[in-house]
Design a protein around this ligand. Structure first.
Ligand code: AMP
Ligand code: MG
Length: 522
């Protein structure tokens, strides 16, 4: 169990990014920008000193690739005003956006376990916040809009492939009910970005409950800037958890709520077979939303050690390490709050902070078991459920069973066709024995098997972003052919409904696709 420990005293004297003066808005587009977003910018107004005001870089030829009309509606934004040359220039970051207060947020983070005292938005700009039609405050951020004082030698840009990956996977996560940042638009900048190849540059308009991360707390805690840390914590509470503002120990309550949200989130990732790939503390949100889809992937055949990121040689962020890593990240969050919990003697707060972080294990287990039970159509819990699920995983692992198809075919077994699920396994005896146990659980719960099968099909997707299909779509998009991306996006927007003729999207990668590798820093 990772334990909360006192933050060592620090004398780090970092270069202050906020001495650099921002570039002027370029306004390259001759048409004046329409007012599309009704901004209400609290981060800029209340957290001075925690960010750097900045502007986007040039974009020679902004062009919209995809615009999320449904999300625009939810945000109370007129999508038709964005779907114009002036709208594209705003979303590319090259033209100023009326009402925006663009800024790069400062943050630090533990990357693969090592503390990096200054990261920050190196290729993103927070344009501002707005209140959506449900009354919820949302951040509007541009990702890939050019270098900032936090770029640390990076170009501040993004290529079309990773931008569309985030659009596709993020929106899928939302569709299947997993908390996530959203994608409002992907636009081409008309600039070339240089990676291993020359690639079309692009910008994602990302929408989030907020972009506050564990790393946002860490940068000020590490610098010993307690006044900023307190302002950030109080702002976070007001924004995300106003109901705890007046409790006796609000910072402990904040920690406990974030522990709870992360436990919920990671249980959902695990249940759908998602491997985030870069669970650094700067990619751990306080809101409990999934953020950053760089090296993420979904597993085809079940593998508890599934790992895709090319740079994760030690398997730190492998599938079954995700819950303990989330807890480790929460310990780092807890450390930043000690000085707020007990300003006179932060060490005294360690036991209660440790207790809060240790709640993760129990909460995670409850959420995870509930997710799996629902996937299996089980209405009741039993004492041996944990073993029952572990046995299922062992059988899936041993039989190289395609994880996503398994649950749909299991539902078919309830309709009387067991052959489909048996076909999935190359080693059937363990799986058959498990299915027999599962069948008897269903008999015992005395529910209508057809109704249960239908309920299972409502939560177990037919289509997920299969790695080979994602790569195919992104490769084509890099060559300006967006048709495969749009087909995949369409299927993923209604992932529970099988579409005749689209079976290739519901099957694992062919063997010639080889082991899948993803890349960071894209
Ligand atoms: P990520 O791996 O996307 O979470 O990014 C980690 C850190 O690297 C963040 O501070 C990013 O802003 C920064 N970063 C990633 N890519 C670039 C880039 N192309 N240019 C500048 N900064 C970058
Ligand atoms: Mg990040």
């Amino acid at each position: 169990m990772p334990r909360a420990r006192a933050l060592p005293p620090t004398t780090i004297d970092l270069p202050r990014a906020d001495c650099t003066s921002p570039p002027q808005p370029r306004g390259v587009h001759p048409i004046s920008s329409p007012r599309v977003f009704e901004f209400d910018n609290t981060y800029a107004a209340e957290l001075e000193g925690l960010y750097t005001s900045w502007q986007g870089g040039p974009a020679r030829k902004p062009a919209i690739v995809i615009l999320n009309h449904k999300l625009a509606q939810e945000l109370g934004v007129d999508a038709s005003a964005l779907d114009t040359p002036a709208g594209a220039a705003m979303l590319a970051g090259s033209d100023s956006t009326p009402g925006a207060n663009p800024l790069a947020q400062a943050y630090a983070g533990h990357q693969f376990g090592s503390f990096n005292p200054q990261l920050g938005d190196g290729r993103a700009l927070l344009l501002g916040e707005l209140i959506d039609v449900h009354g919820k405050r949302r951040d509007i951020q541009l990702k890939g809009s050019g270098p900032t004082p936090y770029s640390r030698g990076g170009d501040g840009r993004a290529a079309i492939g990773p931008i569309l990956r985030e659009y596709l996977v993020g929106e899928f996560m939302h569709t299947v009910g997993i908390p996530t940042t959203r994608a409002l638009a992907a636009v081409l900048t008309g600039e070339t970005v240089y990676r291993e190849d020359s690639l079309p540059g692009a910008v994602l308009t990302r929408v989030a409950s907020s972009h506050i991360r564990v790393g946002t707390f860490q940068i000020f805690a590490a610098r010993g800037e307690n006044e900023k840390l307190k302002r950030l914590a109080d702002y976070t509470i007001q924004r995300h958890l106003p109901e705890i503002a007046d409790v006796a120990d609000p910072y402990l309550a904040l920690l406990r709520r974030v522990v709870d949200r992360q436990a919920t989130l990671v249980a959902k990732w695990m249940s759908i077979g998602f491997v985030h790939g870069v669970m650094n503390t700067d990619n751990t949100t306080i809101s409990g939303e999934t953020i950053d889809y760089g090296p993420c992937a979904f597993m085809d055949e079940f593998d508890s050690k599934a790992l895709f990121s090319s740079i994760d040689r030690g398997g730190r962020y492998a599938y079954d390490n995700q819950p303990p890593i989330a807890q480790w990240n929460l310990s780092r969050f807890a450390e930043t709050l000690l000085v707020l919990m007990d300003p006179e003697d932060p060490g005294r707060a360690i036991p209660k902070a440790t207790g809060a972080v240790e709640e993760f294990g129990g909460l995670y287990e409850i959420r995870w078991m509930a997710e799996v039970r629902a996937k299996l159509g089980l209405k009741t819990s039993e004492a041996n459920d944990r073993t029952f699920i572990a046995e299922l995983h062992a059988a899936l692992d041993a039989g190289d069973v395609d994880y996503t198809s398994f649950f749909r075919r299991l539902a078919a077994a309830l309709r009387g066709d067991e052959s489909q699920v048996n076909e999935l396994s190359c080693e059937t005896s363990a799986l058959r024995a498990w299915i027999e146990q599962w069948m008897s659980r269903h008999k015992a719960q005395q529910t209508d098997p057809l109704e249960t099968a239908a309920a299972m099909d409502r939560i177990n997707p037919v289509y997920i972003p299969r790695n080979h299909k994602v790569e195919e779509a992104l490769d084509a998009a890099t060559r300006a052919d967006y048709a495969p991306f749009k087909t995949l996006h369409q299927l993923l927007s209604a992932p529970y409904t099988p579409i005749p003729g689209q079976e290739e999207y519901a099957t694992p990668a062919p063997s010639d696709f080889g082991p899948y590798q993803t890349f960071c820093g894209t």
